[in-house]
Each structure stands twice: as structure tokens, then as C-alpha cells.
Write a protein that binds this ligand. Sequence first.
Ligand code: HC0
Ligand code: SF4
Length: 573
Amino acid sequence: MVNITIDNQKISVPSRTTIMEAAAKLGTPIPKLCYLKDINEIAACRVCVVEIEGKDRLVTSCNNVVTEGMVIYTNSPKVRIARRQTVQLILSQHDCKCATCVRSGNCTLQQVANDLNLIDLPFKERFEDTPWDKTFPLIRDSRKCIKCMRCIQICDKIQGLNIWDVTSTGSRTTINVNGNKKINEVSCSLCGQCITHCPVGALRERDDTEDVWSAIADKKKVVVAQVAPAVRAAWGEALGLSREEATIGKIMDALKKIGVDYVFDTSFSADLTIMEEGNEFLQRFTKGELKLRPMFTSCCPGWIRFIKSQYPHLVPQLSTAKSPQQMFGAVMKTYFAQSIGVAPEDIYTVSVMPCVAKKGERNMELFYGEYAGHDIDTVLTTRELTRMIRAAHIDPKSLKDRECDPLMKEWSGAGVIFGATGGVMEAALRSAHYLVTGRNPDPDAFKIVRSPSFETGVVEAEVQIGDATIRAAVVSGLGNVRKLLEAIEHGEVHYDFVEVMACPGGCVGGGGQPIHDGEELAHTRGANLYFLDKNAKIRFSHENQDVMKLYNDFLEKPLSHKSHMLLHTDHTK
Ligand code: HC0
Ligand code: SF4
């Protein structure tokens, strides 16, 4: 242990502890703009400087470790002067129009500047030096970039995609798409991890809330919404609700108050996905179509974009099942539309997702006899949902639990855990066991595929279903995905079924979730979903009675012609 003094308080910490970590242990979070543990420790912003007794020069606390007897001051006059100068310089190159910035109120630069009492500064008009296609789901505003490099590092080190890079030199140094290309010319997966790790408003999703407001105001449109599994685990974070208070039922209430006509839970169509994808897997598995092993899940559009650009030859191994988002949209515009006597073109489908890539996935077309538009009309992120709740002046504390609307009301715990890495695999194995043996397993029989830490990235397991041994793997985070695909390609590992999610920890860590200055919350949110599953009335997708009714009354059976028309796609096209 190393004995040090920070702001006149003594503390012992393990050797190799950084000054920033030691101060945090004393309840003194040192301000920072660029630091991300293990990802960005380059001290680029210099906001985290501290004074060390006996040293003339201030040192950065994020990348300097404590030494025995060190006496540290985190907020001395010298430190405050240096920090103010640094932040003033950053502000002089930043577009400071906070009132019209999507990150206002949740911006690290705004907070640091305020904490340093930097008010009433003159600021210059900034012009966009990198014009951007604002119709693209991911938007970069060069005027707000503070060159902290977080986006470069998260994309490179965690997602392994290198979409961003430093361009130009000197005072013109900035970040742009690698090779100065346009964003739609590179292989961006749209995972949105750069957005959730940006400390300011330089990266954001395309805002689609106005389209939804317009649809709500349009008397001809029947607005039908679905809410993804992972949204329930995070939406309350931005509205001051505890995890216990922030239930899915209150989201349904909020949507109704906003003016949505019918509300549903994507966990319903996650159950439907299991019926289709589970049967598809068993068919491929038992037919021994070795060329198509492993079968990869297909519900994460970040992953679909990744495989199509990085490993196109593996695309035929994707499940043909559409994602739960798309399946629900297709069913809303057909089965549900018929049940309420409305033409498909008058149904306006909205999905609330923890995801930016889903905004791209919605472009998938719907064919119902003939071309019938899109399964989904608009995708909102969790952040956009919370903005709509605010815009509607709804007091979050006033919300009550409200059930989903009839016909597609039921959901299982298996559908809820889709939102966490391993959840799709576990849900599929639960139902595969039933389909093969005719008996339900213990609902927790396959919990081996859950990620113990949400950080490992890969979980592998051999599971017994009847007489068959299924070699399963679960992976999240595209950097981990690349490593796993390389191992598969080199014949180092052999699997039958692989679940892939682009975002670390799965959708709970999605790029559309509330932002906490780079803090990773996938683990806490995922644990919440497993808690909800444990306490769910139904824990098997095949026991969802509304899904069974959908088959009986409309689709006939899993993998039927109608199911293929509405619920499957050809990823090779
Ligand atoms: Fe997910 Fe989904 S679980 S991708 O992560 O499969 O976005 O939450 O909605 O579609 O259900 C996201 C989350 C979904 C879909 C589901 C899947
Ligand atoms: Fe979207 Fe989930 Fe995939 Fe992330 S893991 S890209 S949030 S679907």
C-alpha cells in the first residue's frame, strides 16, 4: 500500500493507483473531459491537473500514479487558474450555444465550465468545417468537437472499426471520418458507442421525434408503439426515477399521455422471434447443413452492418428471422391492423429502442402480397423518448403502471432478457429444449450462457438438449466479435449457434441509452432484466398465449409461408 495525503486527508491505496482513482476514493471526483478508464488515458484535455507538494509543474491525475508520501492538492489556487485557462481555451473553439444543444444539462464541458465559475465569457461564432448529411442516423457536429479523442478510441479499441481519425494539424486539428470520407462511405455499424462516450454534443443520433409528433397530430393515422426490452432498464436514469420506479408500465402510460393510440412491449415479438429462430435453428441443426454452421443470430442491426461489410462471405449463416422490432412492425400492419379494421397504410409504427442502428434497420421493406411500405415508420432512442416525455410536460413521478393493449399484450421473461448479452441464446435454448423433448427445462437451466461480468465479451457453453449437444457462443462488442469470427474462420473453435450483439453487454449498453459521461452501466441494467425474468409470470417464449393465438388465427405455424413472408428476410440481397 502507498500512503498519501490528498487535500489534507490521509489515505492508503494500492500501488499503481492513479491520483484520480485515489481522490475518487476520498469522495473527490477530479474533473475531466477526455479520460475513459483503460480506453483513453492520454491526458489530452489537461483538465484533471493537480498540484503535488514540492513540484513546480502541475501533473495530470488520470495517468500519473501515487508514490509514497505524496501530498496532493486537487483544487489549489494554482490548479484552479490552470484549469480555468485550459477550459477557457477549449470554450474558445467550441460552439457554446447550450440552449439549443441536445446535451444541454448532460454535458461534461458545460458542467466543468460552470463548476469553474466560467460565466459571461465572450464567444465566437463557429462554422461547421465538416458539413454532415443530417439525414444519416448518426450525426457529427464539428463545431462542438473538443478533440478529446474518446470517439476514436472507443471505435478503435472496443468496436475495432476505426471509423474516426484525427485530421489536419495545428489549430486546424480536428476529428473526422477516417480518410476524410463521408460517413456513408465507410463501414460504420451505427452502434452509437461514440455517442454515448462523447462528453459533449459533438455526436448524436438523428432526432426523429418531430415525425412522431406529426403522426400523433394526424387524425388519419393510428399510432402504434413498441418498447424494446433494454429501454425499461435505463429510461428512468435521465428522469430521476429509481430502477424500482422506472417500470415498463410507466413507459406505456407516458406514451399514451403523449398521444400514442396503442402501446406494446417488444418482448412480445422477442417471443415470436424465438418461435421462428428456434425452429429455424433446429431445422438447420438436425438437417446437418454443415456449411451453414454456426448459425448466427440476426436481431442486432449493428452486427448485421458489421458482418455485411467485414465478413460478407459469412452472411448466409445469419438466421433469416427478422429482428423483434421488424417482426412486430410487420404484425402491427397486418394482423393487428385487420383486428381493429384499419388499412395498413394508416397504421404508423413507432419503436422505442436503446439503439441507433435500429434507425437504419427500419429501412427494411414490408411485402404483404405487394409492397406495403416499411415494417417500422419511426425509431426513437431511449434518449428521444425521455425528450418527448419532457416536451409533453409529463411529471415522471405522476406516471402509473399501465398494461399493454390487448391482442399482443403478453410477454415472457425470456423475451425480456433479449436486452442483455446472452439473453437471446438463453431464451432460444429454453424453447429449443421444449421443442425437442416436449418438456420444459428448469427456466434457469441454461444460465451458463449469461455473461458473468458483462465485460468478458465472449461466453461459450456446450448444452445438452435431448440427445444432442449444442455448442453455443455468445459475444458482444464488435472488437470481440471480430476475434471470435477469426477463431471460427481459422478452425480454432467450433460452434452450432452464436448470438452476436454489437454493443458491449448487449442492448442494455446500447448507443441510444441515457449518457453518463462514459460510465458503463450495462451490467447494472442487465441485472435488472434478469431480475424481471426471474419474477415473470411466464418464462418461456412458447408459453406466450398471445403469440400462440397469433399463430392459430393468422400465421398458422412457425416457418409457414405467411411467417416467411412477414417475419423473415434474405440478408444476402
Ligand atoms: Fe434489442 Fe431486440 S433485444 S435488438 O438488443 O433481438 O435495440 O432492448 O429491441 O429488435 O427484442 C435493441 C433491446 C431489441 C430487437 C428485441 C432483439
Ligand atoms: Fe443496437 Fe442492441 Fe445491436 Fe447495440 S447491441 S447495435 S443497441 S441492437
